[in-house]
Ligand binder design. Structure first.
Ligand SMILES: *Cc1c(COP(=O)(O)O)cnc(C)c1O
Length: 378
């Protein structure tokens, strides 16, 4: 008999604890915004050290809010430029287009993150912000990118969708960004079903994001008149907002996942070290390095191989189902106008494989995946 298929991602939920947390919401009759959403925001601030944290229904909404708030509050014009990476999930770049801003792509370095040299070449007088993506939890040259942005008054937004629990010098990465945005989507390393957290450094930006995530409703207007209790329904709407708020059911799941985040990330790092040791001997498998000093959340374990598409088919035939993170976004019709501007990202797009990485993998599974990869690339 063959073994069970080995999938790329399988989220691990603490089922009884999660059901207990959801039961509290149901018994209280409160599943929406407020209650548990406040608790997860406080818990996340305590855990990660952010000054502000706003729980949302996705990271995608958070990336949009990050740019929308900065654009509206800091006088950016339509068409102003945001420098990003083409090697990411499209949410990062869609957010730029949602805001009527212009994406500009910088190329990647060996960590698959934005290359500071390439960033420097892309900066113009219209550059307002940089979107940095920590691929797989890796910080790459984030610190250098922050320095470049600070020196030039350019805002830095960290797409930390893979970075819950990634630490540098013992501290969660991203607290020095203007905005850091996390994903707690079902297959990320801190799973719920769909939710995320947007963390603004500035308290007024955070307040603006809270209004915009709730359709632009400004409860403050009536609170200020002292009539807030009786006239709670008489809120004002100062500007056009969105429906991006998180809810208490997702927050309940997030509170349980957060309790186990460090333990789970440590197990991910252990699995990755095992892959490293098993694959180290091969000159046909290039392991993607983790930047020195980065304690990565290890959302991904990535390697690069020639004949990638064939390797994937061969692995599938052995019951192994890896992934690809990511296709160069300039291969998609929406971003095709940028094709050819980032050759290193294009090359990575054709060679990358993300090996199965989740908390149900046994050492035997990891050995089997590594052995199979060695086999099909030899
Ligand atoms: C998953 C992901 C997102 C989007 O997160 P959602 O919470 O699903 O909206 C954004 N950026 C990157 C890099 C991602 O991997």
């Amino acid at each position: 008999m063959g073994r069970d298929a080995i999938q790329l991602f399988v989220p691990k939920f603490r089922v009884d604890e999660s059901l207990d947390a959801i039961r509290v919401c149901l018994e209280r009759g409160w599943t929406g915004l407020g209650f548990m959403t406040v608790e997860i925001e406080d818990a996340w601030k305590r855990y990660a050290g952010f000054a502000n944290a706003h729980f949302l229904n996705s990271n995608t909404g958070g990336l949009h809010l990050a740019l929308e708030v900065l654009k509206r509050r800091h006088g950016w014009a339509d068409g102003d430029e945001v420098i990003s990476t083409p090697l990411t999930f499209v949410s990062t770049n869609h957010a730029i287009l949602y805001c009527g801003l212009t994406p500009v792509f910088a190329d990647i370095d060996e960590n698959l993150c934005m290359d500071p040299e390439s960033l420097l070449e892309r900066i113009t007088p219209r550059t307002r912000a940089v979107m940095f993506v920590g691929i797989g939890g890796n910080v790459g040259a984030y610190a250098e990118v922050v320095r470049i942005c600070r020196e030039r008054g350019i805002r830095i937004i960290l797409d930390a969708a893979h970075m819950a629990g990634t630490r540098v010098d013992g501290a969660q990465v991203g607290t020095d960004a203007d905005v850091a945005v996390f994903s707690f989507q079902s297959v990320k390393n801190m799973p719920t079903a769909d939710s995320g957290m947007v963390c603004f450094a500035d308290a007024e930006d955070d307040a603006a994001a809270r209004r915009l995530s709730w359709l632009g409703i400004s409860k403050d207007t009536y609170a200020r008149t002292g009539e807030g209790g009786t006239y709670a329904w008489r809120y004002d709407i100062d500007e056009l907002g969105f429906k991006y708020n998180g809810n208490s059911i997702m927050a309940a799941l997030a509170l349980v996942s957060l309790k186990y985040l460090d333990e789970d990330n440590a197990e991910r790092r252990r699995i990755c070290e095992r892959y490293d040791a098993l694959l180290a001997g091969s000159d046909r498998i290039a392991r993607v390095p983790t930047a020195p000093g980065c304690e990565s959340s290890r959302h991904l374990y990535q390697v690069r191989v020639d004949e990638r598409d064939h390797v994937l088919v061969d692995l599938n035939q052995r019951g192994i189902f890896p992934g690809v993170h990511y296709r160069d976004n300039t291969e998609y019709a929406v971003y095709r106008a940028y094709a050819g501007t980032t050759p290193r990202a294009a090359a990575a797009s054709d060679t990358l494989i993300s090996l199965p990485l989740h908390l149900f993998l046994t050492d035997d599974d990891v050995d089997y995946v590594a052995r199979s990869l060695l086999d099909v690339t030899s």
